[in-house]
Design a protein around this ligand. Structure first.
Ligand SMILES: [Zn+2]
Length: 307
């Protein structure tokens, strides 16, 4: 296993990224293409096939290819939004909706003619940050992605904990307010409706009747505007409650934050203070850290879960 190259691909809403790691885990090639998701599912499979072929060619052209490794020259893993249903084998919960209901895993096996692992993108993030990033050397890592939506993944002893329904780590859809805003999942007051880029912007719109992107909202808060301060203090409070809830279940060794909102530095001060307020413990020992791998966590994680 250790002698093989690794290919990881990260399928996002707008881009498909691929990486090749050499047998020592060093990145030797990376490429990003548009998903062209509007062309539909079949076309997307074709793009994945094309990128995989290109990445495999890079491996074939390296000098110490491959006499040593029997069978396939590399392992392959793909990270995707959503999850493969344990019941039907079809993809579910993806915000790239053309993927939902499709047998992505078996179609890819067919079209690529080889085995591969398909894993939720937040789980890939947790793997990458756990093995190579901010959570290195910790046994139980909770990875949080606060981007447009809010996802999460659990890594325990170097393996993803996907769970019986394959929704392990989906803290974004824990309700923290049954009277809160309606969520696309059908529930109300999910963490995602507050603690995500989309949630933050929607709550701001509700309050002020103006649409602003979250960096603008944060800039307003930093400028000392008192109504922005009240708005953001509510945001930190929701974050604190949601993180305290997940610590009460998993009590991980570290929590690593990713996605656009992880750039809000006050999360590591005021956000952490709010966690202390709600945690069921006399102290908060859990490090809550910013990711180290940035945008690369997705592809690295996909490479790490490959088979
Ligand atoms: Zn929800």
């Amino acid at each position: 296993m250790g002698e093989r190259f690794k290919i990881g691909m990260d399928l996002g809403g707008t881009k498909l990224e691929g990486v090749v790691l050499d047998p020592d885990g060093k990145e030797i090639f990376r490429k990003r293409v548009n998903t062209e998701i509007h062309l539909g599912y079949k076309a997307l499979l074709e793009r994945i096939r094309g990128l995989h072929e290109e990445l495999a060619r890079v491996i074939a052209s390296t000098p110490h290819a491959i006499e040593s490794a029997p069978g396939f020259t590399h392992t392959l893993g793909i990270g995707t939004p959503g999850a493969i249903s344990a019941r039907t084998g079809l993809l579910k919960n993806s915000n790239s909706t053309c993927l939902n209901g499709q047998p992505l895993h078996s179609d890819l096996q067919k079209i690529l003619g080889r085995p591969l692992a398909v894993e939720n993108d937040a789980n890939c993030f947790a793997m990458a940050e756990g093995l190579m990033g901010a959570g290195r050397d910790r046994r139980v890592v909770f990875g949080v992605i606060m981007g447009t939506g809010c996802g999460g993944g659990i890594m325990i002893d170097g393996r993803v904990r996907t769970g019986l329904q394959r929704i392990g780590g989906e803290w974004g859809h824990m309700s923290i307010d049954p009277h809160g805003p309606v969520c696309y999942c059908g529930s109300r007051g999910c963490v995602e409706t507050f603690v995500s880029g989309g949630g933050l912007q929607n709550r701001y719109f509700e309050k002020h009747g103006i649409r602003k992107a979250f960096p603008q909202i944060v800039a307003e808060y930093r400028s000392g505007d008192s109504s922005a301060a009240a708005f953001m203090s509510e945001f930190f409070d929701r974050f604190g409650r949601a993180i305290a809830n997940l610590i009460a279940i998993l009590d991980p060794d570290v929590i690593v934050l990713g996605g656009g909102l992880s750039e809000i530095n006050e999360l590591y001060t005021e956000g952490v203070e709010a966690v202390k307020k709600y945690i069921f413990s006399d102290s908060l020992e859990t490090p809550i850290l910013k990711n180290k791998l940035g945008d690369s966590a997705g592809v690295f994680g996909a490479a790490l879960i490959g088979i």
